[in-house]
Design a protein around this ligand. Structure first.
Ligand SMILES: Cc1cc2nc3c(=O)[nH]c(=O)nc-3n(C[C@H](O)[C@H](O)[C@H](O)COP(=O)(O)O)c2cc1C
Length: 198
């Protein structure tokens, strides 16, 4: 796919199935992720590639994190008890999340102390990794969807993934093959988002 065509046509695919990117294609994706603009060459990111049994491991972590969250919240509200149905519904929902696609890449930060590169720039660079990997996946014929949600900001999830304290999850990139041929989305007009100083 031509590079401009890729830039103008990229879109997300929420419904994904097997096959996931194969070994060679995954290597291309990860290399694209490493190729992003990177102030001072800090490589302030980390990729967890999760598939197969790893999806169940992530599901278990989501369940543990959500259980802690819900019981802590109930504990803080004196006199309240957990609504068992709502609790079970929420747990069932988060347990399924990693199985939305056959592969996920969790893009997190690995902040480096640097006098010219604030954390904000390092988080942006990690975001660029997610974008680059989605682009690479799209151009190779795979589908991809960048998600976050509460669990991206959850300390139990971050610790369970091995992130050092103070780091962030920039995104969960779901990867696989689109379940059906996607309808091409219309282009967004740029006029209202641009100011020219000539
Ligand atoms: C940082 C970030 C987090 C996102 N999190 C979610 C999410 O949790 N759920 C969701 O439906 N879309 C999320 N999105 C948006 C989708 O990835 C996607 O861009 C959006 O559905 C529009 O589709 P498109 O990429 O085809 O234009 C997120 C995007 C970014 C950049």
């Amino acid at each position: 796919m031509d590079a401009i065509e890729l830039l103008l046509q990229r879109q997300s695919t929420p419904m994904l199935t097997d096959p996931a990117p194969n070994k060679a294609d995954l290597s291309t994706l990860l290399s694209a992720g490493m190729r992003v603009p990177d102030h001072a060459g800090l490589k302030p990111w980390h990729f967890h590639v999760i598939s197969g049994a790893g999806l169940q491991r992530l599901s278990d972590l989501y369940v543990a994190a959500t259980t802690i969250d819900l019981t802590t919240k109930a504990g803080l509200l004196e006199g309240t008890s957990i609504d068992e149905d709502a609790f079970n519904e929420k747990i069932a929902k988060v347990a399924k999340m990693p199985f939305r696609a056959p592969m996920m890449i969790v893009i997190s930060t690995q902040y480096v102390e640097h006098n010219k590169v604030p954390q904000q720039e390092q988080l942006i660079a990690a975001g660029c990794c997610a974008q680059a990997m989605q682009m690479a996946a799209f151009s190779l014929g795979y589908g991809a969807m960048w998600r976050t949600g509460d669990l991206a900001y959850n300390e139990t999830v971050k610790t369970g993934l091995g992130l050092a304290a103070g780091n962030d999850i920039a995104g969960f990139l779901y990867l696989g093959t689109p379940t059906k041929a996607p309808h091409s989305k219309p282009a967004k007009d740029f006029q209202a988002n641009v100011t020219y100083w000539n």
